[in-house]
Ligand binder design. Structure first.
Ligand SMILES: Cc1cc2nc3c(=O)[nH]c(=O)nc-3n(C[C@H](O)[C@H](O)[C@H](O)COP(=O)(O)OP(=O)(O)OC[C@H]3O[C@@H](n4cnc5c(N)ncnc54)[C@H](O)[C@@H]3O)c2cc1C
Length: 397
């Protein structure tokens, strides 16, 4: 907080003039700090008599970090199915835990989860905390937060992972706040630091121009959300042995202010480009919404789906669920064909893990060619119709 030493203050008003956020007002020759103060420090630097200072709250340190052991993975279950990112998280969770010889615990919350817990064991969990109740069928921020928070408090995992999905992004920050822990959102890489085993959490920062690695040295648990399709799931192994713990449901978990009346899947979100093997992606080079007709035709003949860059989503040519990239979805199809997409870092961040990338662009210096396995330099309006015809011919043979 910003502190004033009234004995040193001479009431000159320099602090009021130097505040870029108009957060200081001189009243009776003394500065009064308003709510818009964001502790930028401009007033402190400009105060010649050093009457102002900033005192930051002490970073919380836990006495014994070794009380916290193992990895806990929140495994998202919605609409009767496990979100694929859950298995990817178990894969990386297993790898991290094995480095230290520790356990991986999976948390499964929902209604009618059936034999999903067994699946989680086959994919790497040592123990599954199953919280199954019909009132948990629909996602509820309050209930899910309370359950995950209590399970973390009770089991003390040193690392907690969740998917950076709409659900994960919605309630995991609340869990972190309740536990007084930090949370690194949208990680693209996770590893353990050799010297002390701290979790190195890497994520894009500053608009994707740099990768930042974040460490949480003095507090547990270390919490991270991870984007779908970034980590690899382990193959199912039916010989793996694990324990399923049916957690006793506490009434306080179900006592929420929210009543879900109905849950409807919007047509737009029905498109799941993350689960497609073939994506035909269109960018501003299509020149208009009409350009997507060619993209859709190619997707149809190849049994693929249509995706897009942010430029065309922002232009309203195609809805947001199709967007690939840092602020869209991360995809890793077997084949990604980028048509009229320049290859900005924020786009590439979302598709560079594709098995094969083909780029079509009339600018031979477009950065998309740096990540492409095959490149075609030319006009999409000429290339795409020929490609569609060729594939149709081949399919007809
Ligand atoms: C914080 C932040 C987050 C962002 N997140 C995302 C994101 O998630 N996803 C994303 O995609 N972008 C994102 N962006 C935007 C990104 O920086 C680019 O602006 C965007 O990806 C450009 O889209 P584009 O490649 O379609 O368009 P452009 O960069 O305009 O490229 C169009 C390309 O089409 C080619 N072309 C033109 N006409 C033809 C033709 N007839 N035939 C063949 N080629 C042709 C041109 O040579 C050019 O290379 C983000 C930006 C910021 C700042």
């Amino acid at each position: 907080m910003l502190k004033l030493n009234e004995e040193l203050c001479i009431g000159c008003g320099v602090c009021e003039d130097s505040c870029p956020f108009a957060a200081i007002e001189m009243i009776d020759a003394l500065p009064v700090i308003g709510e818009s103060c964001n502790l930028c420090g401009a007033c402190v630097d400009n105060c010649e008599v050093e009457a102002l200072s900033i005192k930051l709250a002490a970073i919380s340190e836990q006495a014994d970090l070794t009380d916290w052991q193992g990895v806990m993975v929140y495994c998202e279950f919605r609409r009767g199915a496990l979100a694929p990112v859950s298995l990817e998280l178990l894969g990386i969770g297993r790898k991290l835990a094995d480095t230290k010889g520790l356990q991986v615990a999976a948390v499964l919350i929902g209604g009618g989860t059936g034999d999903v817990a067994k699946q989680l064991i086959g994919h790497g969990a040592d123990v599954v905390f199953r919280v199954d109740h019909e009132d948990l069928t629909f996602f509820s921020e309050e209930s899910y937060s309370a359950i995950l928070t209590d399970l973390i408090k009770e089991n003390k995992p040193e690392i907690v992972l969740a998917g950076a999905t709409a659900i994960g992004r919605s309630f995991v920050p609340a869990v972190a706040i309740t536990l007084n822990a930090g949370l690194t959102a949208d990680c693209t890489a996770l590893e353990l630091r050799q010297e002390d085993g701290a979790l190195l959490q890497t994520r894009p920062a500053f608009g994707g121009n740099i990768m930042a690695t974040i460490v949480c040295p003095s507090h547990r648990p270390q919490m991270a959300t991870v984007r779908p399709k970034v980590m690899k799931a382990l193959d199912f192994d039916d010989t793996r042995i694990g324990e399923i713990v049916d957690v006793e449901i506490l009434s306080k978990w179900l006592d929420t202010k929210i009543e879900v009346v109905e849950s409807v899947v919007s047509e737009e979100t029905n498109v799941n480009i993350q689960e497609s093997d073939i994506l035909i992606s269109g960018g501003r080079g299509l020149e208009s919404e009409k350009g997507f007709e060619l993209i859709s035709q190619l997707a149809d003949v190849m049994d693929g789906n249509v995706s897009a860059s942010r430029a065309v989503v922002d232009a309203g040519w195609i809805p947001y669920p199709h967007q690939v990239g840092q602020t869209g979805k991360t995809v890793a199809p077997k084949l990604y064909i980028a048509c009229g997409i320049s290859g900005a870092v924020q786009h590439v961040a979302g598709m560079q893990s594709s098995e094969m990338i083909v780029a079509i662009n009339r600018d031979q210096n477009a950065p998309i060619f740096d990540v492409a396995d095959y490149g075609l330099v030319g006009d999409i309006n000429e290339i795409l119709p020929k490609l569609i015809r060729k594939i149709e011919q081949k399919r007809g043979e």
